[in-house]
Write a protein of this length. Structure first.
Length: 205
């Protein structure tokens, strides 16, 4: 799905025809508020956004989306582009910045890159969500063991820290490995990194 926001109806029509011609779904909007009033599709998508919009600039709208936790890839287009705007847009995460008039293949290339980026983001998000569910299935003690194991502590040291026997630590560690569906310490460490779980999170787990 490609979402287009441009106050120029002729540009909206041209982009609609372009994207439909290559089999892409498209929705068009004349302003940023109009887009926000709609329900954003929960599918792989990107936003083609005019830099100069009535009421709010494209850059301001980009910041508004980020603040709202909406991470749709953005392609900016403008007839008044300059280097500072381009740099600001790219630093804020824009996929591309196209100056009007642009060639059809330039827009399609940018859209394909943006859709690929969103597809990757959604896959990673799904993986993280699955790992979070597995982590939440651990008991409070198992989470403590998980945190200390992935911090590099050996079983004997973990036992001392938690005030339990080394045998108990081994039992919990086996349970952690089974519930997290891992085969090695390296797998557990990668999961901890992905979830942002470090030893300083122990008091919050």
């Amino acid at each position: 799905m490609v979402l287009v926001v441009d106050d120029d109806s002729a540009m909206r029509d041209a982009l609609t025809n372009l994207f439909l011609s290559v089999g892409l779904r498209v929705e068009v909007f004349g302003s940023a508020p109009e887009l926000l009033r709609s329900s954003l599709p929960n599918v792989v998508s990107c936003l083609v956004l005019d830099i100069r919009l009535p009421g709010v600039t494209g850059l301001d709208f980009q910041a508004e989306l980020a603040e709202a936790g909406i991470h749709i890839p953005i392609i900016f287009m403008t007839g008044h582009g300059d280097i500072p705007m381009s740099v600001q847009a790219m630093k804020a995460g824009a996929v591309d910045f196209l100056t009007k008039p642009f060639r059809h293949h330039e827009m399609l290339h940018a859209v394909n890159r943006a859709l690929a980026a969103d597809r990757k983001r959604r896959a990673e998000q799904k993986t993280i969500s699955g790992l979070r569910v597995l982590y939440e299935s651990l008991t409070a003690r198992e989470r403590e063991v998980f945190v200390l194991v992935t911090a590099g502590l050996v079983n004997k040291r973990i036992a001392t820290e938690l005030g339990v026997s080394e045998i108990t630590v081994k039992v919990h560690r086996t349970q952690v490995t089974r519930k997290m569906r891992t085969r090695s310490l390296a797998d557990l460490v990668r999961i901890a990194d992905a979830l942002g779980i470090r030893r300083d999170t122990l008091q919050r787990t």
